[in-house]
Write a protein that binds this ligand. Structure first.
Ligand SMILES: C[S@@+](CC[C@H](N)C(=O)[O-])C[C@H]1O[C@@H](n2cnc3c(N)ncnc32)[C@H](O)[C@@H]1O
Length: 203
């Protein structure tokens, strides 16, 4: 089984022998890949949609790993048993939905988050929850995605780190993309876009 470039990047951030809880798994491709390729890990795949979980179970059955994944229909982290050493993965949702899922919950020490929008908000809010950015990647897979590995701990960040990414600001291709995107927004809205000046430093 071959994962998309985006999900493969997520997978490479998952440390060996750590258990995974994938919230909003949809087709559960990441979880099936983990079940096929890693031994001795517990995988929990959840989704708010019972249809998604039904489809995910069928996929897992096709790959003969249905017994290796614990499928749960639930909203966010409701009714999930989370250990501090588990890795919580949430990808492919907007930043606000992710924050709704994460707030007021007992969270594990490691979070892998990839929001398709509001990435700056995710950085700021997750750091406020007592995490630091351990790793971060911008991946082009038909479009750009940012995947962030947060670990429990305190760190101080500059504005550029939140807005452009602690590590992604050094990715010239990604900065070019952000620059062009923000230039278009500035032209469309006829407003000065302060972010352009910030990005210019990294081009
Ligand atoms: C675009 S899919 C992403 C699938 C997969 N994580 C990925 O990155 O390819 C988003 C999934 O999140 C699920 N979802 C949305 N809100 C949710 C919530 N509050 N709790 C659990 N799942 C949720 C949706 O039902 C959908 O299956």
């Amino acid at each position: 089984m071959k994962l998309s470039k985006r999900l493969k990047e997520v997978e490479t951030l998952i440390e060996k022998d750590r258990n995974v809880i994938d919230v909003g798994c949809d087709h559960a491709l990441l979880d099936i890949y983990l079940a096929l390729n890693r031994q001795n890990i517990k995988i929990t795949a959840t989704d708010i949609s019972s249809n998604a979980i039904e489809g995910a179970k069928k996929n897992a059955k096709y790959y003969k790993v249905e017994d290796k994944i614990n499928f749960i229909v639930t909203n966010g982290l409701n009714n999930l048993k989370i250990n501090s050493n588990d890795i919580l993965v949430i990808t492919g949702m907007g930043g606000y939905t992710m924050l709704d899922i994460l707030k007021n919950n007992n969270l594990p020490n490691t979070l892998i988050l990839s929001a398709h929008k509001d990435i700056e908000l995710i950085r700021r809010e997750i750091v406020k929850l007592g995490y630091y950015i351990k790793k971060e990647k911008a991946v082009f897979d038909k479009k750009w995605y940012v995947i962030i590995l947060f670990e429990k701990g305190l760190e101080n960040y500059e504005e550029d780190d939140y807005i452009l990414g602690l590590y992604t600001k050094n990715n010239k291709e990604y900065m070019n993309y952000l620059y062009e995107k923000n230039k278009k927004i500035a032209l469309k809205t006829n407003k000065k876009n302060d972010i352009l000046k910030k990005i210019e430093k990294y081009l």
